[in-house]
Design a protein around this ligand. Sequence first.
Ligand SMILES: Cc1cc2nc3c(=O)[nH]c(=O)nc-3n(C[C@H](O)[C@H](O)[C@H](O)COP(=O)(O)OP(=O)(O)OC[C@H]3O[C@@H](n4cnc5c(N)ncnc54)[C@H](O)[C@@H]3O)c2cc1C
Length: 464
Amino acid sequence: MPGLQITTPADLNYTTKAAPFNLRLSPHPSFIVSPISVAQISETVRCAYMNGGTVSAKSGGHSYAAYGLSADIVIEMAGLNNITVDNADQTALVQTGNRLGNVAEALYKHGKRALPHGSCPYVGSGGHTLYGGFGYYSRFGGLMADVVISAEVVLADGNVVNASATSHKDLFYAIRGGGPSFGLVTTWKFRTLEAANVTVSYFITFKRPLSAEAATNAYLIWQRVCGPFPEPSDNLATAVVFSPADEEGTVHMRFQGNWYGPKEDADAWLNPFMHNLQVAGLTPILNATAHDDWLDGLRVFADNKPLDTPMPDTPDNFFAKSLITMDASPAWLIRNWVNYMAKEGVRSDTDWFAQVDLYGGKIGRLSHDTNAFAYRDAFLVYQLYASKAKESSSFPSDGITFVNGMLAALEPNPAGAYPNYIDPTLGISEWQRLYYRNETNIKILQEIKADYDERDVFKNPQGF
Ligand SMILES: Cc1cc2nc3c(=O)[nH]c(=O)nc-3n(C[C@H](O)[C@H](O)[C@H](O)COP(=O)(O)OP(=O)(O)OC[C@H]3O[C@@H](n4cnc5c(N)ncnc54)[C@H](O)[C@@H]3O)c2cc1C
């Protein structure tokens, strides 16, 4: 194919191109193709189809399991990075070589529009949206998959189609939450949201690490004010983060998030919450800042990285698991979990965190058959994450055991997991059940796969 850049293991730049975000893993694709047009992608996929090859797209490359680099032929999407914002009909066409930070900047600069995406600017719009895509604006506006109006998709045979509510409806359903098994998305058409006029970003911290008992109590207070019934305003985004302390029996803990709207309204939620923590004998410190500029609000939770992603992201070396719960967890399980983190977390040879995000709001009000995201009624989504110093290439042997133990202490019988925090240690029956919830959902996705990619060109270790 004229003009198409192809990198193989014999090339000097192969190591850089095949390097995963997660250094714990070592993917080894045969070809890395860097197209600059949909026609080149179509030709590449057609070639794989005719010759029994497998294809994976790499959008932002931030898969926890390096699955963007998992096939024989990797199609690197970075060269397809147009963004067209249409303010008249409040839509945006986003090619999937774009990362979330670039999308946020382009949308805000063209008419103060926004999308409900995750906080890391380097995550790709491809993988993120295919599996759902949650961010602090999601209780207000839904998941990324919920604001897709249509998509341009390269099918397994290389044909290019438009999938929407009226064309290739099954495919349209599957690519919004069901992952990358069904086709290669070149462009999303999103319904954009108005960016909030004011974002109040807040952190509630504690001067010193908390004892396991105090942290359990603080967590249970937070869980109670989160609902699920009654649930807080859609304007609230809230999360809890635990991280290691030095002394056994203690953990660091903070609450964080955004309120979309005036500071007085944020205070009306934050002040009673603070009061509840104080009544329980804790001494929380509230730090809340109102931002008139939407992008400033995004930067707060972007590790102070530039949103326009000018440099490559710093890789990590990690393992993570997730848990989705539909109801509040009982106090004894939370106590068990926090005790585990306070004890084993001090001994673990990893840097770790556990983050819990409140779902609900707009996400929960959409009908369960809106798209393939299986957990409309999710209450909380937990992420349990352990990493080794970023520059190191070996992961400590106890790292996976530690994270598995965190989940077992929190929920011995997990009912749901979030596929954007993809966990390569799950077997086929586990990931299907945890990500897609029940036999009916799994069967629907299997049938769509059979219709669109019988030869399994878009083969994925955890794909249909
Ligand atoms: C630092 C960090 C922060 C994160 N924060 C959040 C967060 O706030 N909220 C949240 O929901 N998730 C978050 N995630 C998880 C993130 O959403 C997923 O890892 C996501 O799948 C990454 O997408 P990507 O395009 O960057 O990855 P990639 O590795 O490029 O792709 C992921 C998967 O999708 C496939 N794929 C990618 N693009 C396409 C395409 N165009 N067509 C077909 N298949 C494609 C790939 O083949 C691969 O299987 C975070 C991840 C990291 C590493």
